[in-house]
Design a protein around this ligand. Structure first.
Ligand code: MLC
Ligand code: AMP
Length: 475
């Protein structure tokens, strides 16, 4: 197989297998273990079946089918649209229509109108493919904005390769590591870092299904990935936490790690966690390093190839004194190629001189260490590490006959970071147990993790003189 200049899945190297260097436990997921040669043979057989397609959707359950389907598409140069497996009809309809996916690869949701191309986990092919061009879109990842339906983030092979190599350098990540995590396979964290990372570096991956403390404690790995909710739950279970003492690195990201959780991890495991900051649009741009300082509440230094800066509201530079805060802007080789079908939204997120506006507010100290202070908009909520737009939840709830007015906010929560709370003005005559009904409505229409954890029925919403809801009064 000729991988050309950008061998994205570097470790899936048939020449190495032919030379007798197999990796027997390259990926363990859903109770099955696949070797490097299993992965190459089965994924290449998938590639042969879909090589003529442009875009395929994958219902991203943590299974062998998902892994082989996605790898097959990557080998063939076909773009993958990972779909959250619990997506309801509204979410599914949007993602399929917007992405133009031509088929489901592996399995489709019940009653789907699209063809389903099965993934045969025992089939093998040793056909060789050349490496698709670096600009080829590898994934379209759907992510929420403040308003409207989720947008499709276009991630190229070159961006993914650069992003993973920068992390391997920052974390001294090598083929001697064993990565353990149980994160979903439809976002940057679990999918790009957590699945493609090991396949690029050549380190075995153990996917635990769910990221519970017991599941993490049961696997002997060298690196563990988690969102802060995972780490909060780990420190609540001290005997599980102590099992992680022999790891090399515990890595937290996707949301702010509370300082007390950092400190309890240090106390129980002897490790100061690595914190790293990223976005679907940028992959990981800032991180502490395996060989460097880790500071509770701070996410570290720009990774290889990345530059960052702070701007005030007038667009002027903000001093890097560790105190002054400003809008964080980044640039680097791991950034996305824009939002699918959304030229205006794409244009809006770039400054005139080519920096990406993250929408986060940060401080940078004199050594270049970064502290993420929060989001510029109250309408982008991070709950359990999932990014959820207040607008999409409000639209869904307004689609329910009993809802006259609604405002959705993120309220601080010890477990989830932020908890989604919907303030609802009900219509007259709405039935009993409306709160539960509205929570289920969102869980079923959009997806389970987007459901409000709480619905508060109110007589009116606080509005300013212009009639705009004052969300700050609700949090
Ligand atoms: C509860 N359930 C319901 C329900 N209420 N089901 C249907 N309808 C309802 N109304 C059920 C669910 O089906 C599920 O069942 C169970 O309740 C628990 O669901 P949950 O409460 O949503 O899960 P929870 O345990 O709270 O999840 C915590 C978590 C999860 C940490 C595991 O939030 C998670 O996986 N987060 C990761 C997010 C992530 O990867 N983000 C990265 C974005 S990329 P059952 O039976 O299934 O348990 C990014 C870039 C970067 O940010 O920097 O990384
Ligand atoms: P997503 O698109 O799901 O990748 O969400 C990206 C957002 O998650 C960022 O814009 C931040 O607001 C937040 N985020 C990611 N990592 C961190 C971190 N380490 N600390 C604080 N916020 C984070």
């Amino acid at each position: 197989m000729s991988y050309g200049s950008l061998p994205l899945l570097k470790s899936l190297n048939p020449a190495a297998v032919a030379a007798g260097a197999d990796i027997p436990d390259a990926v363990a997921i859903d109770g099955q273990t696949l070797s490097r040669s299993d992965l190459i043979g089965a994924a290449t057989s998938v590639a042969e079946r879909i090589a003529q397609a442009q875009r395929v959707a994958v219902l991203a359950k943590p299974t062998v089918t998902t892994v082989l389907g996605m790898l097959g598409a990557l080998i063939a140069g076909v773009t993958v649209v990972p779909v959250p497996p619990d997506s309801g009809p509204a979410e599914l309809e949007h993602i399929l229509r917007d992405s133009g996916a031509q088929a489901w690869l592996g399995e489709g949701p019940e009653g789907t109108a699209l063809p389903v191309v099965p993934v045969r986990t025992h089939a093998r092919s040793w056909h060789t493919y050349s490496e698709p061009g670096p600009d080829t879109t590898a994934f379209i990842l759907y992510t929420s904005g403040t308003t409207g339906a989720p947008k499709g983030v276009l991630l190229s092979r070159a961006a993914i390769a650069a992003g993973l190599d920068a992390l391997a350098a920052a974390w001294a990540w090598t083929a001697d590591d064993v990565l353990v995590h149980g994160l979903p396979l439809f976002h940057v964290h679990g999918l790009i870092l957590g699945m493609l990372g090991p396949l690029r570096v050549g380190s075995p991956l153990v996917h635990t299904g769910k990221p519970t403390p017991a599941a993490y404690a049961a696997v002997k790995g060298t690196m563990y990935f988690g969102v802060p909710t995972v780490w909060s739950r780990v420190v609540e279970d001290p005997s599980a936490a102590r099992e992680l003492a022999n790891a090399r690195l515990l890595v937290s990201g996707s949301a702010p790690l509370p300082v007390p959780v950092f400190e309890k991890l240090r106390e129980l495991t002897g490790h100061e966690p690595i914190e790293r900051y990223g976005m679907s649009e940028t992959m990981i741009t800032i991180s502490t390093r395996a060989d460097g300082e880790r500071r509770p509440g701070w996410v570290g230094l720009p990774v290889e190839g990345v530059q960052t800066r702070l701007r005030d509201e007038a667009g002027n530079p903000v001093p890097h004194d560790g105190e002054s805060i400003g809008a964080l802007q980044v640039r680097g080789p791991m950034l996305f190629d824009g939002y699918l079908n959304r030229p205006e939204a794409t244009a809006e997120c770039w400054s005139e001189d080519g920096w990406f506006r993250t929408g986060d507010v940060a401080a940078i100290d004199a050594e270049g260490f970064h502290r993420i202070v929060g989001r510029e908009s109250v309408d982008l909520i991070k709950s359990g590490g999932f990014r959820v737009g207040a607008g999409e939840i409000e639209t869904s709830l307004l689609g329910h006959a009993a809802v006259a007015e609604v405002a959705v906010v993120g309220v601080p929560d010890d477990d989830l970071g932020q908890r989604i709370v919907a303030f609802v003005v009900p219509r007259d005559g709405s039935g009993e147990d409306l709160e539960r009904e509205l929570i289920d409505h969102v869980a079923q229409q959009l997806s389970i993790h987007k459901r409000p954890r709480e619905v508060r029925l109110v007589g009116s919403l606080p509005r300013n003189a212009m009639g705009k809801v004052q969300k700050k009064l609700l949090t």
